[in-house]
Write a protein that binds this ligand. Structure first.
Ligand code: PLP
Ligand code: COI
Length: 360
């Protein structure tokens, strides 16, 4: 299939309309069949619990065109498992793993020509979400839910791509409470972080680095990504915390770091250790690995290398991760799931969203 006409190498991390998204509703204890639609908006009751009480969670994963011409999803089972945990945490009906995986496959197949071609540096970002819908004004879980999967072709999250970003330690605002929902991928965490993030940008930083809310001593994570560092004696360290998102990228980097002899360790990292790191980085699906050039804490600044050049180990990890995602290096951990070309699967029709169904 011919790729869509787009300026692939220069895509930013933004929303672009594609051909189809897939929607399921949950009512009376069961998920409906999926309905494929072109519609970009959703009919939503104004008293929906997602709007008032934040009953919402989402996922983020990527599909890549590989060197061999396949389309591959990276670690989709992990995203499916994490979404189950997020749903449970805010009392929403979990999306079964198989249903999640099939739904993502179908949406990627339906938007095959929006998967950025191999070698362009871009990828197809997949955004599954679950929201509580239906009228409800008391604070309790909704009776009905909507699970949607949509996709959009994207470039790097930080517009500089694989270039160092500059973080500032945020001490006046917390992203998440110790026993809160910081380890679930729920929308409220992101709303809670927007003021700090925008404030940091206004002050000339790229993003915020949060500390643990209880002691204000240990590094948690950045707004949109986990945090890691390489110590001067060549160790990969990353924060151990109950209030950060369990990043699938970070989990993958720990495996790769181990293979590279970087003795990976998850541990509490005191903020004053920033002055001892050789390298630092942010990692996540959207952020991939984004090297950190400097971290400002109060009136002091820790700079890594010249602050503008990615460090040796961050570069090695980045290259190895990308090589696996693009099918250039052997997928020895079975992290890739190849999306078959769309066969003759029937497209479900019917239901509230069926007005503009498309075949896929
Ligand atoms: N931390 C936060 C707050 C995130 O939003 C993300 C992105 O998903 C991550 C970390 C990285 O997680 P992952 O590598 O699974 O994308
Ligand atoms: C992702 O990396 O997939 C995320 O969801 C982070 C988000 C801030 C874009």
């Amino acid at each position: 299939m011919e790729p869509a006409k787009m300026d692939w190498p220069n895509l930013d991390f933004g929303y672009r309309k594609t051909d189809a998204n897939l929607r399921f509703t949950w009512k009376d204890g069961a998920w409906s069949e999926g309905v494929m639609t072109q519609e970009e908006t959703i009919p939503l009751h104004m008293a929906s619990s997602c709007l008032h009480y934040g009953q919402e969670c989402f996922e983020g994963l990527k599909a890549f065109s590989t060197r061999d011409g396949d389309v591959a999803l990276f670690r989709i089972e992990e995203n499916a498992a994490r979404m189950i945990e997020s749903c449970k945490r805010i009392l929403m009906p979990p999306v079964p793993k198989e249903m999640f995986i099939n739904a993502v496959m179908r949406v990627v197949q339906a938007n095959r020509h929006y998967v950025p071609p191999y070698g362009t540096g871009a990828s197809l970002y997949v955004r599954p979400l679950v929201i509580g819908i239906g009228p409800r004004i008391g604070v309790r879980p909704a009776d009905e839910y909507l699970f949607i999967v949509f996709v959009t072709p994207v470039g790097p999250y930080f517009k500089t791509g694989f270039k160092p970003v500059h973080l500032v330690v945020e001490e006046s605002m917390d992203r998440a409470a110790p026993l809160g929902v910081g380890n679930a991928k729920v929308g409220g965490n992101y709303a809670a972080g927007m003021r700090a993030s925008m404030g940091a940008k206004e002050r000339g930083f790229t993003e915020v680095l949060y500390l643990d809310a209880k002691h204000k001593k240990f590094i948690d994570e950045s707004g949109p990504a986990n945090f890691f560092a390489i110590t001067k004696d060549g160790q990969y360290i990353t924060p151990k915390s109950e209030s950060i998102l369990p990043s699938i990228t970070n989990k993958s980097l720990i495996t790769l770091a181990d293979q590279m002899g970087l003795r990976p360790e998850r541990r509490q990292i005191a903020v004053d250790e920033i002055f001892d790191f050789a390298e630092a980085g942010c990692c996540g699906t959207a952020a991939v690995i984004t090297p950190v050039g400097s971290i400002t804490w109060r009136d002091r600044k820790a700079t890594y290398g010249d602050g503008e050049t990615p460090g040796e180990y961050s570069t090695k990890l980045y290259k190895q991760l990308r090589a696996i995602q693009l099918g250039e290096a052997p997928d020895t951990h079975n992290w890739l799931t190849i999306v078959p070309d769309a066969g003759n699967e029937p497209t479900t029709t019917g239901g509230v969203f069926s007005t503009k169904t498309v075949s896929c």
